[in-house]
Design a protein around this ligand. Structure first.
Ligand code: MGD
Ligand code: MGD
Ligand code: MO
Length: 760
């Protein structure tokens, strides 16, 4: 079965494998960073740019949403942050000539990696109906085209306004304001595919859909549980925080189907010890089956209830609701069922329990490993039950810590990017801007795809991101996009969404975080909110990639003026000229932003209020923290099948591919790999290491979804659980396979069979 990867992809994908590593960062990370950064930016720009990341007068790292430590006298080294910066600050350019050489049909055959490597977009480009090539267009003409298509709609609800989480608070606030003045709540965002499950579960149980810990809490905790997260790759700076917590005496339990190098040992490149030996981070590794977390936490909860004196009774009495019903459900938890659901052994769970009982201050951190399952919301609710039982919310050193992805995804939601806005938010908008915002709920990502597919939505506008590649069920999503009248992307770099278009399409090139943003009133700063609710300023310094770029706020303001005209009394021109005037409005509309301009001018910014954390007040329907009692669920695995999780390699940022290596997992020079436990490989008919298979997903609708030509890699994953990279595998995730309540695609548990590959 040996062979080569499928033909047709211009990027040579020929994976080589040398086994998982057991430590992250260290000297190799510095070497890799400098090499990648210098390839994109040259030596001088690399030095100048990387020194400004996350400094008090610099720009916010466009990488992840992990917060900055308070004393940032020197740049905290982060390999993947540096790659994100280099990707944006690259000296490569996509000019109009490029589009002459590459008709859109040619671009559609290129890999995402190749598209991204072409460099920064430099001019607005237009693909006319029936045309084969994008052509340069003026900004005025581009806004006219959008206005024309919006005016032709039967209702504002036939338009969709997507947001990816890099957009600043100012741009996001203006964008949602424009969409709502236009008349729709169709504001899906990447959050719908990301932490929506966390938001749903937390809002219901503690009344605030955000994490309840600050960095100091991590440092003070006794026990940190990291479940369903790979910080060594996706939140590298979190490893320094975990190291510091350990130095203060904290223990760490890691819950993951994969042994991830970063959680094993962290070699902090900023300390001499780190460079040599590093710090072992994980004290106890629970190698769980995909989707087994709810069962695990449910059993731990039963065991806590069964232990004399383990429940914080005063907290439960004073601050919670639903304890009786929860207790009844938890007492029914069963060892055998839990062992089957989790694949763990009894001794490990007992060890975990001992650590839980020994801890007075426990934090649970999680990311996509918990949020992207059918039962993600009840799983996260069970984590909340677990913390509530021992009073671990609203106490220093303890709490919930959903670790966000995109650098401002949390802020965008705070600014009103949400298809189901709270009535109080709409009331505040109405009062401030004097128009009646639409009250009906809008479309999330999955519903927007259905609406486009069914011809109910006709204009798709994206503020950043790569909707076509990030969304599930690639073939369905692409066909949906092609049915649109107009697709518009505000982007920094070329990606697949520019090549799979509606009848007409626009690419609107914009400034990145690293770049100077000069407007009528002078140089502008923007603001962002990190994963822990800290708001701070970001100021870019680099010369923009091209003189034709507009900032995201400018694009929204000009579009709003063109589309809304006399209908709107909002001072769009003034907003574009001076973002401080936008912040004045945010201060009046969004709670917690009072005196915004003055507070954000202080180095380090400010913390948004969080009632459960600050005052043990729970703004839920019951006025208390809610215990919940859902039935335990876990994925079923039919004979001869595997559960596939779709995850990130070390060399990518979502759909942006930086390179073809996944260093910590020992994979080089290729992405079409599937990680399979050697015993599963044997049982599935002897899938040899290095053989090639097609991944075929099986779903209730009977449609065959196939991703061809993946190299089998024998890997120490949990039994029955395979792993392969996203977005190559999004073709396998059925559009209707989503989490209950949050509607997030269940991209971490896809039932697949492996077939010998016919394409190689
Ligand atoms: N360099 C880099 N940084 C990034 C990103 C990037 O692509 N590249 N993306 C950003 C974004 S938007 C996000 S949302 C975050 C994503 O950050 P992560 O959530 O860390 O990203 P994934 O690669 O999806 O990894 C999921 C992890 O959960 C584990 N896992 C999967 N299923 C289960 C399960 O059922 N139970 C348990 N316990 N574990 C499970 C996987 O083995 C893996 O370790 O990172 C952000 N930061
Ligand atoms: N199968 C599977 N699917 C997934 C996931 C998974 O784990 N598995 N993860 C999901 C998650 S967690 C997320 S968050 C989504 C990500 O979904 P998106 O956020 O839509 O995707 P990205 O790949 O982050 O978007 C990259 C593009 O953003 C543009 N961009 C970069 N910076 C800027 C900027 O400053 N301004 C503007 N306007 N544009 C910019 C560039 O053009 C770049 O090509 O994918 C989801 N899809
Ligand atoms: Mo995300």
């Amino acid at each position: 079965m040996a062979g080569k990867p499928p033909a047709g992809d211009p990027v040579q994908d020929a994976p080589q494998v040398d086994g998982p590593k057991h430590a992250a960062a260290g000297l190799p990370a510095i070497g890799h960073t400098l090499r990648m950064a210098q390839e994109q930016m040259g030596v001088r720009r690399t030095a100048l740019t990387l020194l400004r990341v996350n400094q008090k007068d610099g720009f916010d790292c466009p990488g992840c949403a992990w917060p900055e430590p308070e004393h940032r006298h020197k740049a905290e080294f982060c390999e993947n942050g540096a790659k994100a910066v280099a990707e944006e600050a690259t000296l490569r350019r996509v000019t109009p000539d490029f589009f002459v050489a590459h008709p859109v049909g040619d671009l559609a055959r290129r890999s995402g990696y190749w598209l991204g490597q072409q460099g920064r977009l430099t001019q607005p480009m237009y693909l006319a109906e029936g045309a084969e090539r994008y052509e340069p267009v003026t900004w005025e003409r581009a806004f006219d085209i959008v206005a024309e298509e919006l005016a032709a709609l039967g209702s504002p609800d036939e338009s969709v306004f997507y947001t990816s989480g890099r957009t600043s608070n100012e741009a996001a606030f203006l964008y949602q304001l424009f969409a709502r003045e236009f008349g729709t709540n169709n504001l899906p965002d990447c959050s719908n595919m990301c932490h929506e499950s966390s938001g749903s579960a937390l809002t219901e149980t503690i009344g605030v859909g955000k994490g309840s810990v600050l960095l100091e809490d991590l440092y003070r905790s006794d026990l940190i549980i990291v479940a369903g997260q790979n910080p060594g790759t996706n939140h590298p700076r979190m490893l320094s925080a975990l190291e510091k917590a350990k130095a203060g005496g904290a223990k760490i339990i890691t819950v993951n189907p994969l042994p991830e190098a970063g959680m094993e040992r962290f070699k902090n490149p900023q300390t001499p010890r780190g460079l040599l030996k590093g710090t072992a981070l994980t004290d106890l590794f629970l190698q769980i089956r995909l989707g087994g977390d709810q069962a695990l936490f449910r059993l731990l909860n039963k065991l806590i209830l069964d232990t004399e004196g383990a429940v914080d009774e005063e907290f439960v009495r004073e601050h919670t609701h639903g304890f009786e019903e929860f207790t009844a459900a938890a007492r029914a938890a069963d060892w055998d069922e839990t062992l089957a659901a989790t694949g763990l052994d009894r001794a490990r769970i007992e060890e975990a329990l001992a650590m839980v009982l020994a801890s007075k201050r426990t934090v649970v951190c999680w990311a996509m490993g918990l949020t992207q399952h059918k039962h993600a919301v009840p799983t996260i609710r069970e984590v909340v039950n677990f913390l509530l039982l021992r009073g671990n919310i609203g106490r220093p050193g303890a709490g919930v810590c959903p670790v966000r992805g995109h650098s401002n995804v949390q802020g965008d939601r705070t600014m009103g990017i949400f298809e189901r806005p709270a009535p109080a938010f709409l009331d505040a908008l109405e009062k401030e801007f004097g128009f009646a915002p639409p009250r009906e709920h809008g479309l999330d990502v999955v519903r927007a795809i259905r609406a486009l597919r069914d011809g109910q939505a006709k204009v798709f506008f994206a503020m950043g991101g790569n909707f076509v590649s990030a969304s599930p069920d690639t073939e369905v999503t692409e066909a949906a996009m092609r049915r649109a009248r107009l697709t518009v992307h505000v982007s920094t770099k070329l990606n697949r969404s520019h090549t799979v278009t509606g009848a007409r399409a626009l690419i609107l090139p914009t400034l990145g975080r690293t770049e100077r943003d000069l407007q009528g009133s002078g140089e502008q700063v923007v603001t962002v909110e990190d994963s822990m609710g800290m708001v701070h300023a970001s100021r870019g310094r680099l010369e923009p990639a091209s003189p034709h770029l507009l900032s995201e706020p400018a694009i929204v303001c000009r579009l709003a003026r063109r589309v809304l005209g006399e209908r709107s009394s909002t001072p769009w021109e003034e907003f574009e000229k001076d973002y401080a005037t936008v912040r004045d409005r945010i201060a009046r509309v969004v709670p917690g932003f009072e005196d915004f301009n003055a507070r954000v001018a202080k180095p380090g910014g400010f913390a948004l209020p969080h009632a459960p954390r600050d005052e043990r007040r729970f703004p839920t329907a019951t006025g208390k923290a809610n215990f919940t009692a859902a039935p335990v669920e876990y994925p079923e695995l039919p004979e001869g099948r595997l559960l596939l999780q779709t995850l990130r390699s070390h060399d990518q940022y979502n759909t942006t591919i930086y390179g073809l290596d996944d260093r910590y997992r020992g994979i080089k020079n290729g992405r079409r790999v599937v990680l399979v436990h050697p015993a599963d490989a044997r049982e599935l008919g002897g899938l040899a290491e290095g053989s090639y298979v097609d991944l075929v997903s099986e779903w209730a609708d009977g449609v065959e979804r196939r991703a061809p030509g993946f190299r089998v890699v024998h890997y120490p994953t949990a039994r029955g659980c395979a792993a392969a990279y996203y977005p190559e595998t999004n073709v396998l995730v059925p559009l209707d396979a989503t989490a209950d309540t949050s509607n997030t695609p269940a991209s971490k548990s896809v039932v697949v069979r492996l077939e010998q590959s016919a394409t190689v």
